[in-house]
Design a protein around this ligand. Structure first.
Ligand code: GLY
Length: 597
């Protein structure tokens, strides 16, 4: 009975009590409602977690919590936490299951950024597991014989776009630093589900159907996602024995079992022999891959420090710029229904994106004004531009303090939404916020050993120069492409109070900034903040979430002077508030849950 009830709930009304926003129907806001098949596979505790999301209330717990994009992955992490594992241990279990049940978004063939609060030391740090450009890659990799940029999907599909995967090394490094559970046990659920099969979720089924033509171009990929030529169906049991073998190799040999030996050879062969679009990744690239520890980038907002991933991600800098510019405006008094609120958020975002396009890239390769970009004086000066009547007609990069004079041209890389976010708090007080990706949905569409390979290199600018001036985020051998991933931990008085992040291409930045504002200024709990309809502005056009109350703001935004584009805005926010108790939220726009005890 309960099974039927939750299934019905998911397919009927999704109520979320965001102040000022009308309740939405599932038809309009939940493109990925759970199927009967999915639900039947779930335990009572997962069903309760789905109910909480459906009812728009946060999940509460005392000791630990995990929030991620698929119930089976969350359950794998919960088992580890329940048995006394750390957030880093649980993350490994979550990631290896996500790579199986949500293969289009993240996995072993991709990269990730991890932000970590260490309860024992009180310190925040970050791990950069971003893909690298192969050493054989040239800056003009994505240009045709006339020096013109390739069409986006001509570059994405095939071997050319594949960077050196970073995720397996990141899993091992996080476990080496912060793990408490034996490494092999973290793969148990992933191996079992890959061997025995799992039920294809509605989201996976619909994305396979939409991408069937591209997935059909490569035999290994077609065989898995389009068995006998037909797209996978939701509720169908899917086994992935090749992935189970890969997980066994990782469990036994660690990341060395991925970056060397048979799996590494298979990756290189798959990339270099991709029909029509071979790439240049080599065994040397895999053997040389390194995770890099980096200082977090933090920006002040109200009584908080909002901390996240610095370069090569633009995430923390751009989120920090938006919040920093808004810091002197009383958004709490204006509230979420004021058009002045959305004018200010939209314009701060456009200004931040102008700086992002000019200055942000892999700072190991290009000089970057990292500190200058979030300097409060600089942001106060940029915020003066917000004192305008209508929409700004001219939005240009500013001049942050820069100790290394450099003249950059504006970037034009295109990032389409995919990706996944994991938030975890363990019973020791450690906090993990990790965003993980293979870039485009299904990445390069190349598959080997049961996992998809990324297309992360298309996050570089396809052009190298503009009017003779170099672009900071141009491709260079060994460089990491600029990201928008924004895994975030919000601190107050030296203690973590919120872990949050999202998928969504470069709109990730707007989703995360808006949710932090809703939580910090409008007293929304994490579930309300996540569920609040999206309004996102990056380059001038205001994207408003179709069929939500946000769409009702279109006329007023047009009157202010914005172009408006109603569209799906499929974030996948997963957040945990850390107070006396833990309070978790999962995005109704995807299939995830928060779960804790
Ligand atoms: N490929 C998505 C991102 O890194 O932002």
């Amino acid at each position: 009975m309960r099974i039927n009830r939750i299934s019905g709930l998911l397919l009927s009304v999704i109520a979320f009590a965001a102040p000022g926003f009308a309740q939405e129907t599932a038809d309009s806001v939940a493109p990925e409602g759970a199927s009967e098949g999915q639900v039947q596979a779930l335990t009572d505790e997962l069903i309760a977690a789905l109910e909480a999301k459906t009812n728009g209330v946060p999940v509460q717990s005392e000791n630990w919590m995990v929030a991620a994009a698929n119930p089976l992955a969350v359950e794998a992490g919960a088992k580890i936490l329940r048995a006394g594992g750390s957030a880093a241990d649980a993350m490994v279990a979550v990631q290896v299951v996500l790579g199986l049940v949500e293969p289009q978004s993240s996995g072993l063939g991709g990269g990730a950024f991890l932000v970590w609060y260490d309860a024992a030391t009180g310190q925040l740090t970050t791990l950069d597991g971003r893909e690298t450009a192969p050493l054989d890659a040239t800056p003009t990799l994505f240009q045709d014989e006339n020096g013109e940029p390739l069409q986006f999907f001509d570059a994405v599909v095939g071997g050319l776009s594949v960077g050196t995967p970073g995720t397996p090394a990141l899993l091992e490094e996080a476990h080496r630093r912060w793990g408490r559970s034996p490494w092999p046990g973290l793969f148990t659920d992933g191996i079992r589900l890959a061997d025995d099969g799992f039920l294809v979720s509605p989201r996976l089924a619909s994305l396979v159907a939409n991408d069937a033509e591209r997935l059909s171009r490569f035999p290994a990929t077609a065989e898995y996602f389009l068995p006998e030529g037909e797209p996978l169906q939701q509720g169908q049991r899917l086994m992935n024995p090749a992935y189970a073998d890969t997980l066994r190799a990782l469990a036994e040999d660690g990341a060395a079992g991925f970056y060397g030996g048979q799996i590494a050879s298979d990756i290189v062969r798959t990339v270099r022999s991709a029909p029509g679009n071979p790439g240049v990744l080599s065994g040397t690239d895999l053997a040389l891959y390194q995770v890099i520890e980096r200082d977090p980038v933090c920006a002040a907002y109200r009584t908080y420090e909002v901390c996240g991933m610095g370069p090569p991600s633009s995430g923390a800098l751009t989120v920090g710029q938006i919040l920093g510019m808004l810091n002197s405006y009383d958004l709490a008094a204006m509230g979420p229904e004021s058009m002045e609120t959305w004018r200010l958020i939209g314009e701060a975002s456009r200004l931040a994106f102008a700086d992002r396009g000019r200055y942000m890239a892999d700072s190991d390769f290009v000089p970057m004004p990292t500190a200058g970009l979030v300097d409060p004086d600089y942001l106060a000066q940029r915020a003066e531009l917000l004192n305008a009547e209508g929409a700004l007609t001219d939005v240009a990069p500013g001049n942050p303090e820069f100790d290394h004079a450099m003249n950059w041209a504006d970037d034009e890389s295109l990032e389409l939404p995919s990706t996944s976010h994991i938030s975890i708090v363990d019973s020791y007080g450690n906090v993990l916020s990790m965003t993980t990706t293979i870039e485009n949905g299904f990445g390069s569409r190349l598959m080997t050993n049961g996992f998809l390979l990324n297309n992360e290199l298309t996050d570089f600018s396809f052009r190298t120069h503009r009017d003779g001036v170099p672009i900071a985020n141009r491709l260079e051998p060994g460089k990491r492409p600029r990201s928008s991933m924004s895994p975030t931990i919000v601190m107050q008085d030296g203690a973590p109070v919120l872990a949050i992040g999202s998928p969504g291409g470069s709109r990730i930045i707007g989703y995360v900034a808006k949710s932090i504002i809703a939580w910090a200024d409008w007293d929304m709990d994490v579930q309300q903040a996540i569920s609040l309809p999206h309004l996102v502005n990056r380059f001038g056009t205001y994207d408003v979430e179709v069929d939500t109350a946000a769409e009702g703001y279109a006329d007023a935004l047009i009157e202010i002077g914005f172009e408006v584009n109603p569209r799906d805005l499929t974030s996948g926010l997963h957040a945990i508030e850390i107070g006396e108790t833990l309070s978790g939220g999962a995005d109704h726009r995807r299939e995830g849950i928060a779960l804790g005890e």
